[in-house]
Design a protein. Sequence first.
Length: 339
Amino acid sequence: MQELMGSGDAVMREIERAFPAVQILVRGNEITFTGDEAQVAAASGAVDELRSVMAAGVPLTPQVARESVRMLAGARGVVTAAAGAAGGEPADASAARPVSVLSRSILSTRGRTIRPKTEGQAAYVQAIESHTITFGIGPAGTGKTYLAMAQAVAALQAKKVNRIVLTRPAVEAGERLGFLPGGLNEKIDPYLRPLYDALHDMVDPESIPRLMEAGTIEVAPLAYMRGRTLNDAFIILDEAQNTTQEQMKMFLTRLGFGSTMVVTGDVTQVDLPGGTRSGLRASREILDGIDDIAICELSAQDVVRHRLVSDIITAYAKADESRGPRGGGQQRRFKEERS
C-alpha cells in the first residue's frame, strides 16, 4: 500500500486529481471510492492498473500515474470495458493497457532499467526496432535522444552492430559564442555535450574513453560525415532541425549495410539563419510513405520532464498558432548599404 500511495501520497493524489468527482478514502490496506458509478469504476480501474504496473517491477511515480490514467481514458478505457461487460468484445484491449507499455525494458544498466514512459515513446521505440531509418520529431523532454541512445547501447551489447556513431550540427541556439579556444575536440565539445550526457547515463564513464579510442563509439560534428559509408553501425543524428536540406540528404545517404539510423529533432526550435528551411521539416514531407522509414511524432503528452514543461510547450504552441505562420530560423540584421 505504501508503494501504491507513493512518496508523500503523490501517486494517489494524481488519481484524485484525475477523478475530482470521486472521493477516495484510504484506511490501512483498503481503498474506498465514493461518487458517480461510472467515475468510481474508472478510478478503481486506474488503481487496479497501477497495481499491475507495480507488480511488473515498474516504480510508481506521479508521472506513471498520469500516463496510466491518460492511456486508459484515451484508449477505450472504462467505456470499452463497460461495453465488453455488456456483451461487446473489445478489440485488442491488452494493447491499450498501461502495464503492457510501461513495463517494457529497453536497457538495464548501472543498477537501473530504462523504459518508455508514455504510449508515444513506446511506439517510437518499436519503430526503431522494426525500421532501418526512424525520425523522432517532437518537443523538448520527450526522450527522443535518450531512448535512441538506449537503443543504440542495447544493440551494441547484443552485437547487432559493431559501433555507435553520434552526430549533430554545430549550430548555436540564438547566441553567437565567437571563437572557442583549444583544438578541434575542445571546439566541438559544447555542441556534442548532450550526447555525452546521455552516453554517461548508460555506459560506465571509465570505459567511454577506451571505447572511443577503439572507434566503438564515435562522436563527431555533422560536417565530418561527408564521403563516408557507415556499415554495421547504429547512427544517431541529434538536433536535426538545424540541418539544411543538403546536409540532411548527405547524412541519410551515409547509410550502409547492417546499419540503423535515428534522426531526432524539434521543428519548433530551428536555429538556422532566417530564410533557411530546416532539413528535418523537408525530409518529413519528402520521405513520407517510403518503406522501412518510420516518422514518429511525439507531443507534449510524451514529455517526461517536470509537469510544467508539458504545460509550457502547449502554451507556446497556442501562442504560435495565434500569431500565424512565421519565417523559420534566426533573423540576421544587416545595415543598409548606401551608395
